[in-house]
Ligand binder design. Structure first.
Ligand code: NAP
Length: 278
């Protein structure tokens, strides 16, 4: 298949390196530069949007550019795709990266985990833009778009964007329940959404099965000899100095668990940290 990947960050570059069974066009320009005529000449089977402004503090300080990149540009792109699809028997798919951070709430078995149709509860401007874009894409047409919501992405690559690198660098870590998403499970979901003939569109929460905490991950990193054993940081203390607020989000998605069959977080995390160590 012919796939266009937008976004040259952590996820976009990992997809480019992994999806070698496909013909990849790794887009170097702005999302807005992927015009209708460009799309018509490339004739892709799918476009993956892993581009966006992701630094939460930067997003608060630059709301207009964040709005353009995280809302206007992706919805404009999908409008162009929809117009092309109307006159073509071959439908181009859009796989758009949203985020599990559109929700914030301490884990409560009765009130959450958050399911794909749970109303958004954003705690930062960044997450408002992600939630708003999802709704606008679905309002345009739910038919040819998959909205992918990972949370705290990690991989074996040493990069400052990798959640493992972040958790390795803080001496104290909160022990609040959260979901995390390995690059492996993101790839598995993307492959499904590219190739499945039927059940691929709509919203997907993406996570490794089960619940972990930043403190638990810190312990595994210490056991692997990568850091000192972490000390617990109280979440209320973190909320005083961490602006915008760090969210707690536990995800659940019945369709995702049935079709994608995520591995347990303890297993994937240990394996990934061993690879990270090398
Ligand atoms: N990593 C995570 O933990 C995580 C979790 C949940 C959801 N997500 C979502 O997944 C997507 C990809 O995340 P990531 O971790 O790969 O982010 P990333 O490392 O920050 O990469 C995003 C890339 O998009 C580029 N970009 C921003 N605006 C653009 C535009 N208008 N046109 C073209 N490129 C643009 C950025 O360039 P500049 O650096 O120049 O801005 C950056 O290279 C994002 O939408 C993010 O919200 C990520």
């Amino acid at each position: 298949m012919k796939i266009v990947i937008l976004g040259r960050g952590q996820i976009g570059s990992a997809l480019r390196d992994a999806l070698i069974e496909h013909q990849i066009l790794y887009w170097a320009e702005d999302i807005d530069e992927l015009t209708s005529s460009e799309i018509e000449s490339i004739k892709p089977d799918a476009i993956i949007n892993a581009a966006g402004k992701t630094d939460l503090k930067w997003c608060e300080e630059n709301p207009r550019e964040t709005f353009r990149c995280n809302i206007e540009a992706p919805t404009g792109l999908y409008q162009r795709i929809t117009a092309i699809n109307k006159n073509s028997s071959k439908k181009i798919r859009l796989l758009h990266f949203s985020s599990g951070c559109i929700w914030d709430g301490p884990y409560d078995e009765d009130a959450n985990p958050f399911t794909p149709d749970h109303p958004a509860r954003p705690a930062a401007y960044y997450s408002w833009t992600k939630a708003a874009c999802d709704l606008l894409l679905l309002a345009e047409s739910a038919e040819n778009v998959a909205i992918l919501r990972p949370r705290q992405v990690y991989s074996s690559l040493r990069s400052p964007r990798n959640t493992i690198s972040k958790l390795n660098s803080y001496s104290r870590l909160v022990a609040t329940p959260n979901s995390m998403s390995s690059m492996e499970i993101i790839l598995k979901t993307v492959r499904h959404c590219i190739s499945s003939k039927t059940d691929w569109n709509g919203i997907w929460n993406i996570y490794d099965k089960g619940i972990t905490t930043p403190f638990e991950v810190g312990k595994i990193l210490a056991q692997a000899g990568l850091r000192e054993m972490p000390v617990v940081l109280d979440k209320s203390e973190l909320d005083v100095f961490h602006k915008p607020k760090r969210v707690d989000t536990v995800l659940y998605d019945e369709r995702f668990e049935q079709l994608i069959q995520p591995e347990r977080i303890e297993v994937v995390m240990k394996r990934t940290i061993e690879e990270y160590k090398l």
